[in-house]
Design a protein around this ligand. Structure first.
Ligand code: GAP
Length: 452
């Protein structure tokens, strides 16, 4: 069975339900930039929370960090970003558009009916030139004396330059890791495919420092671990794959990289990269700064520069993968239903509380009181406006896994129904057990009912 999801349907649902809007829309929009509405923020926060739990709460060998977005400019010289973080670009002198030289086959020319840059005789492409992807800005009140700095294109370097602080204070010895979530910025010129590729985005990166002889073993470990994380939160196995990089694809710092790819509606594309960065970063910053970034064993006095294994994931790309994997359409009682089958721990809203008749004061009173009780333990929504069918559909479209309905019987015997988003099954339970029941259902194992 083919998946019904398309990128257009995701964009449309995200806009309709207030997950994601084009940025600066009232000024005509800004390419590859998006703003996140209420449900988008909640979904993104859940992705980050699950990552942080897996990295920091559930383990003893990884600590958290939040470093600055603007770092000393020499950081980016030492890291190799000033010299090597670039894309080969060509300009078309006719249509004035700019293209990635290595993506010409998938690019769209500005002239019609041509499809590909260089396809018509009018196309006039310049030779490829390297363009650095880092955004530059200036620090300092006075233009002349200010310093040129960069907005960080990755969070990783903030971790490397704090290695000494953390190693001393966190009382961890290799293998140990430092995890960071934060915004990064890249001057991307290729069309972004919605939130897949944007100028600013959030990264979830963890640098795992290991004894040099153990690097290969930890590289394999983190590939498995990260793949398992996506499966645990509901992505279908058939839509995930691990693709090792060819030697000519490797970044300047990497001796081995594998991408975890997801089968987006645009095809298999990178969701996360796991790299074996060797001792490149700590050695480069030691040399450039004059501060030794190495591990010294307090007991044996053994010293070495740890090697680094880095799982680097994009929050926005993960959110897009969860949305695409969850999107479904089906016919129920002769009517089309759109539903996001999100893992309950990823879903923005965990439960809705709905009085069957919004004008019935008895039902409203019971529903409000249940809502007040549930909101203390989970993100829940109260809704009493419009027909109950419409209210269910709205919750289905934002992926709310459970809905409590308060009806005539609630008034008689203190029971409510709980509706399951995926199966549409309705179970009647005592209102006194609703909170406990919800918490049990939210922590239970969940698998996507969509076919692989
Ligand atoms: N420190 C390693 C590093 O930066 P990367 O593969 O360039 O590696 C890691 O980026 C992840 O960040 C990617 O797998 C992707 O999920 C996300 N990412 C990178 N560029 C992005 C962009 N322009 N928009 C959205 N996400 C992006």
């Amino acid at each position: 069975m083919t998946d019904v999801v398309t990128m257009d349907k995701i964009v449309s649902l995200c806009r309709r339900r207030g997950f994601v809007f084009p940025s600066s829309e009232i000024y005509g929009g800004l390419g590859s930039s998006y703003d996140y509405g209420h449900y988008g923020v909640l979904l993104k926060e859940n992705v980050k929370a699950r990552w942080l739990e897996a990295m920091v709460r559930d383990r003893e060998d990884i600590v958290a960090l939040d470093s600055s977005i603007i770092l000393h400019p020499r950081v980016w010289e030492a890291s190799g970003h000033v010299s090597s973080f670039s894309d080969p670009l060509v300009d078309c002198r006719t249509c004035k558009l700019r293209f990635r030289a290595d993506h010409l086959a998938e690019s769209q020319c500005g002239k019609r009916p041509s499809k590909r840059p260089g396809e018509t005789p009018e196309c006039d492409l310049t030779p490829a030139r390297q363009f650095n992807l880092m955004f530059e800005t200036r620090v300092g009140a006075v233009e002349e004396t200010g310093t040129d700095v960069y907005l960080r294109p990755e969070t990783a370097q903030g971790i490397f330059i704090n290695f000494k602080n953390v190693a001393q204070l966190a009382r961890r010895k290799p293998p140990f890791g430092i995890a960071q979530i934060g915004k990064s910025f890249r001057n991307e010129i290729t069309p972004g495919n919605f939130i897949f590729r944007t100028l600013e985005f959030e990264m979830m990166e963890m640098e795992y420092f290991v004894p040099p002889g153990e690097a290969e073993q930890w590289y394999r470990y983190w590939i498995d671990e990260r793949r398992g994380w996506y499966l645990r939160f509901g992505l279908r196995e058939s839509h995930l794959r691990v693709r090792p990089h060819e030697a000519d694809e490797l970044s300047h710092y990497s001796s081995g990289t594998s991408d975890i790819e997801y089968l987006y509606p645009i095809g298999w594309s990178e969701l996360e990269g796991i790299a074996n960065r060797g001792d490149f970063d700590l050695s480069a910053h030691s040399e450039a700064s004059g501060t030794k970034l190495e591990w010294v064993d307090g007991v044996t006095n053994e010293r070495y520069v740890p090697h680094v294994i880095e799982p680097a994931a994009g929050v926005n790309r993960s959110m897009l993968a969860f949305l695409c994997d969850a999107y479904d359409e089906e016919e129920v009682a002769g009517r089309e239903r759109t539903v996001l089958r999100l893992h309950p721990q990823i879903a923005p809203v965990k439960a809705a509380v709905l009085p069957l008749i919004g004008k019935d004061s008895g039902m409203v009173e019971r529903a409000r009181s249940l809502f007040e009780e549930l909101r203390r333990v989970a993100l829940v929504e109260y809704d009493d406006s419009g027909q109950i069918g419409r209210r269910y559909r709205r919750q289905d479209e934002i992926g709310t896994p459970f809905a409590f309905t308060i009806d005539e019987q609630t008034i008689e015997d203190d029971t409510v129904t709980i509706r399951d988003r995926d199966s549409l099954a309705q179970e009647r339970i005592s209102i006194g057990r609703a909170k406990e029941h919800l918490l049990e259902r939210l922590s239970a194992n969940w698998r996507s009912p969509k076919p692989e």
